[in-house]
Design a protein around this ligand. Structure first.
Ligand SMILES: Cc1cc2nc3c(=O)[nH]c(=O)nc-3n(C[C@H](O)[C@H](O)[C@H](O)COP(=O)(O)OP(=O)(O)OC[C@H]3O[C@@H](n4cnc5c(N)ncnc54)[C@H](O)[C@@H]3O)c2cc1C
Length: 574
């Protein structure tokens, strides 16, 4: 029989969004509510730990920065697809959160005068990325995890893999999960939930993401009838090293690094005369691919075409003080010491602007369920995210959703019967144990995963065409229909083979949504750049894409309006 656990608020995911939400819920609900945080990895293995360059916030209004400018930079960066009330909420809320983290012990890098330091980042009108050397994610995660320890009502469930959402009368009721250490299938009951399962960038092979960054959380919501929004917008960061794809932070250019071609030219001057290397990522990545296509790239020994990032003029001291993490990455994974020589880099899958459709407060279409962080699409980033705005988003919406979920749980206390019909649990058990664990087939699921991610690299990269996208979609559907759904390892304890196959299942559905959204959007906006439709088309496409699950048939696509407040779309120039 299925075991069961109950909490007042459950949080799926223990990255920056999940931890911030847990603290907010615990502080808000005091000891009247209990909180469960479920994570398929150990807390400190969440991808947030890898964040490098900074967290955007306006801190120096006395030196000329202002929140209006943060709002506008975010909206312009988004190519006018962001919901403008959401950008406003971020800019107004994050400064307080930076100081809150400081008070909790975050070791922010500081200026000579003792104030918190900020560095330049792409697409901003002011140095606005608050940083902690080049390991902002690691330090922020540690600070939040430490802070969680102060609350007795936060319970961590590490290495639990959530598989589906339970609901009744359009209200959230909990989730099902596998406790990985013993393989038990468990029903987790809760009136309120927050999905904080992060980004899905492992649907690409060349990717900066941790291997755990697969779309199972987003897919769980999708299968429960909630929309995935704007999934065609995938960010390619200009500087992934070869061949691994590990990130060199934009902070390297923020500190003064140059991008150079094989003529030793700082080519970005041609494409973004004002911002040069610090134009937004979509602009820089496109410029890099153009340089390569026109024969001014380098050939890496792996066979990849690439360009170089030159930091040698920054000097030994600055690099060791402010960019120590990426120096280590260069040494260990490229065999290059960035103090002495330029490093080979190439645009790499780095961020999903899309995710679970939510409103400005992170509320989903299902009563009692919120989503925050990279798994959510509250439409902050629109068609292109500015660097450093994501950790900010996680912290701001972690807090908002944590408090709202706690309030919801308090309101429900004593009134709701938490009964859930067992049918949903049984049908999920059948889906994953009969359909996957005891499945049969000839095709190796890891080969399917590799073909899937290679297809995304080839067919839905920086520049896209109808033909490529359609052939990519055809390939994904072919893969979906092969007999790959089976698990060789039949053990119960720590069966990572089983978990991986469930991840692949979610990856196939999500890749299909990305490709269909990209085919459907016949324009170029932000990170979605169509060679066959090179212009932004506000008359027809100034709107969000929604995709709804339609059993195993193709997803149902529809459009959703953007919220405008004060800023009319104009041409983006940098
Ligand atoms: C290399 C790198 C560097 C970056 N640098 C920066 C930066 O400097 N500044 C910036 O603003 N942004 C940066 N970003 C982006 C930013 O770090 C992420 O968007 C953000 O940290 C995501 O946090 P999250 O809380 O949404 O999820 P994550 O930190 O990705 O955590 C996801 C959580 O969900 C859990 N989970 C997932 N699926 C399941 C499941 N099925 N069951 C149970 N648990 C599940 C995981 O275990 C994990 O705990 C960077 C990203 C990368 C990849």
């Amino acid at each position: 029989m299925t075991e069961s656990i109950q909490h007042d608020v459950i949080i799926i995911g223990s990255g920056l969004a999940g931890l911030r939400a847990a603290i907010a819920a615990a502080a808000y609900g005091k000891n009247n509510i209990s909180i469960g945080v479920f994570s398929k990895v150990q807390v400190m293995r969440s991808h947030s730990v890898c964040a490098e360059g900074g967290t955007a916030a306006v801190l120096f209004e006395d030196e000329g920065d202002n929140q209006e400018s943060h709002i506008y930079d975010t909206i312009k960066g988004s190519d006018f697809l962001a919901d403008q009330n959401v950008a406003e909420k971020l800019a107004r809320s994050i400064p307080h959160e930076i100081y809150q983290l400081d008070h909790w012990g975050m070791p922010w890098s500081r200026r000579e005068d003792g104030r918190i330091g900020q560095r330049k980042f792409g697409g901003y009108s002011f140095p606005r990325a608050t940083f902690a050397q080049d390991k902002v994610g690691f330090y922020a995660m540690q600070t939040l995890y430490d802070t969680c320890q102060k609350y007795d009502n936060i319970n961590f469930y590490n290495e639990w893999f959530c598989t589906s959402i339970l609901k009744e009368n359009n209200l959230f009721r909990g989730v099902t999960a596998i406790e990985m250490k013993n393989g038990n299938f468990v029903k987790i009951k809760s009136p309120a939930g927050i999905i904080c399962t992060g980004g899905a960038g492992r649907i690409y092979s060349f990717s900066t993401y941790s291997y755990s960054s697969t779309p199972d959380g987003i897919d769980m919501a999708y299968r429960a009838g909630l929309a995935m929004k704007d999934m065609e917008f995938v960010q390619f960061h200009p500087t992934g090293i070869l061949p691994s794809g590990i990130l060199i932070t934009e902070g390297a250019r923020g500190e003064g690094g140059y991008l150079i071609n094989n003529e030793n030219e700082r080519f970005m001057k041609k494409y973004a005369p004002e911002k040069i290397e610090l134009a937004p990522r979509d602009v820089v990545s496109r410029s890099m691919i153009r340089e390569i296509q026109e024969g001014r790239g380098f050939k890496h020994e792996s066979g990849y075409d690439c360009l170089k990032l030159d930091l040698t003029h920054l000097g030994d001291e600055k690099i060791k003080e402010r960019l120590a993490g990426i120096r280590e990455i260069g040494l260990k994974f490229s065999g290059v010491d960035i103090i002495n020589e330029p490093i080979e880099i190439r645009p790499v899958c780095h961020y999903m602007m899309g995710g679970i459709h939510t409103d400005v407060d992170g509320k989903t279409e299902l009563g009692g369920l919120w989503a925050a962080g990279e798994a959510a699409c509250n439409s902050l980033h629109g068609a292109n995210r500015l660097g450093a705005n994501s950790t900010s988003e996680c912290i701001v919406w972690g807090k908002i959703t944590g408090e709202q979920a706690a309030q919801f749980a308090l309101d429900k206390k004593g009134t709701s019967t938490m009964d859930i019909s067992n049918d949903q649990v049984l049908s999920e058990e059948k889906r994953i144990f009969d359909g996957i664990f005891r499945g049969r087939g000839e095709i190796n699921p890891y080969e399917v995963r590799k073909e899937l991610t290679d297809t995304m690299d080839d067919r839905a990269y920086v520049f896209r065409t109808e033909d490529d996208l359609i052939s990519g979609l055809k390939k994904i559907r072919e893969l979906k229909n092969t007999t790959w759904k089976h698990v060789d390892d039949q053990s119960k304890e720590y069966n990572t083979n089983f978990i991986n196959v469930m991840e692949i299942d979610a990856m196939l559905r999500t890749a299909e949504v990305v490709l269909m959204g990209a085919i459907n959007r016949k324009e170029s906006r932000g990170a979605h750049s169509r060679i066959d439709y090179p212009k932004r088309d506000d008359a027809n496409f100034l709107k969000h894409t929604l995709a709804y699950y339609n059993s195993e048939k193709e997803p149902k696509l529809s459009w959703h309006p953007i919220i405008f407040t004060r800023y009319a779309p104009v041409e983006r120039k940098y």
